[in-house]
Ligand binder design. Structure first.
Ligand SMILES: *Cc1c(COP(=O)(O)O)cnc(C)c1O
Length: 367
């Protein structure tokens, strides 16, 4: 029996239920279910919070990536550099717009794309870089932006796991040509269903995003291109507006959990703890350790027997998935990470005694 799951939304749901029910009720009474006042206000509030000019609510994080790529003109025959160590949707979106991913191995310390060899991958067909701020920690944005500028590439930030995270004082999702967010329920800002957001500072890109999410038309019945039906629902915008004012506090609470883990687990030689790089705000969407000497699965089973949940994000690097069976890609650092990573229980309201129980169990395993 799992006593401490990896993620448990129940206390949050309970503490917000009154406010959420009231705002959903208001949506029902308004009779406005698509692109009404809640979406409008939520877009304004997130744009202000993230420090960007425009934000657009869409159906999901996957749609945010697809529409973001298309709004930047990425399509057939284009190549987009990204990481093999991420959720599948990152590369799926690239294929869905007709482009092709070029994968670059990761930095073993942050699990994010390694910027040191990126330039060697750039060809005539390369049009963009798609960095993923994995587990809530920022990629090397200065280096990425310098490369993008030098080779005239677009940057699409995948911020699905990093709402509120920062790099040198800038919010993630404010530094690329577009930023793509997911409000899937388990994300650090999530709704009770699917949802996503696209940010940009560019007027023309904003115009394309606005069109693409609504069947390629800015003006109703004046369709200019083939787009999508991809909008954030009013009900989800209303729920997210209850949660947005709390995100700073929740991210801070995640950090406190991370600090307690850090303290309690720092002396175990066979694990490597996540390191928050200087000048970043890591939002610890996941608290992911590396377990050395082939002991990861054994530790996972041990925790399970003690009633503690844990997850492997990600057990298979993307280039090893069946969809890529024709390719002979090898990314040894990502492959090693897939064998060693283990994410421990993490959510803002994770009780302190549960955190201590997790620490105790991990320590016991290694004694
Ligand atoms: C969750 C996630 C997505 C996709 O978001 P959905 O809202 O589930 O479509 C994309 N990229 C990353 C890194 C994610 O974690």
């Amino acid at each position: 029996m799992i006593k401490i799951p990896i993620y448990d939304p129940s206390t949050e749901v309970e503490s917000l239920s009154q406010e959420v029910l009231e705002s959903v009720q208001k949506v029902l009474q308004s009779g406005q279910f698509i692109l009404g006042q809640n979406v409008k206000n939520f877009e304004k509030e997130t744009a202000d919070y993230l420090g960007v000019k425009f934000a657009f609510g869409v159906n999901s994080g996957t749609d945010a990536l697809v529409i973001g790529l298309r709004a930047l003109g990425i399509g057939n025959g284009d190549k987009v550099i990204t990481t093999p160590f991420t959720f599948f949707a990152t590369v799926e979106a690239i294929h869905l717009v007709g482009a092709e991913p070029i994968l670059a191995d990761i930095d073993p310390k942050t699990f994010n794309i390694d910027v040191s060899n990126l330039e060697s991958l750039i060809t005539e067909e390369t049009k963009a870089i798609l960095p993923v701020h994995l587990f809530g920690q920022a990629c090397e944005m200065d280096e990425l932006r310098a490369i993008a500028e030098k080779y005239n590439l677009k940057i699409i930030e995948d911020v699905a796991q990093g709402f509120g995270g920062e790099y040198k004082g800038n919010k993630l999702g404010s530094m690329g040509d577009v930023g793509c967010f997911s409000f899937f329920p388990t994300k650090n800002l999530g709704t009770y269903g699917d949802g996503g957001l696209i940010t940009t500072n560019d007027e023309e890109t904003a115009r394309f995003i606005r069109m693409l999410r609504g069947h390629g038309s800015e003006k109703k019945y004046h369709n200019e291109m083939f787009g999508y039906n991809s909008r954030l629902d009013e009900i989800h915008a209303a729920i997210l507006r209850v949660k947005l004012p709390k995100i700073e506090d929740w991210n801070h609470k995640r950090k406190e959990v991370a600090e307690r883990y850090q303290k309690g687990l720092s002396e175990i030689p066979e694990i490597i703890l996540p390191n928050e790089k200087k000048g970043r705000v890591h939002v610890f969407h996941q608290y992911t350790i590396r377990v050395l000497n082939g002991k990861r699965d054994e530790l996972k089973n041990y925790l399970f027997e003690k009633g503690i949940g844990s997850m492997i994000y990600y057990p298979v690097p993307l280039h090893k998935l069946p969809v890529y069976k024709e390719k002979d890609w090898a990314f040894p650092i990502a492959e090693k990470a897939a064998e060693e990573v283990l994410s421990l229980p993490m959510w803002p309201l994770l009780p302190v005694d549960s955190q201590e129980e997790v620490i105790r169990a991990v320590r016991e395993f290694f004694i």
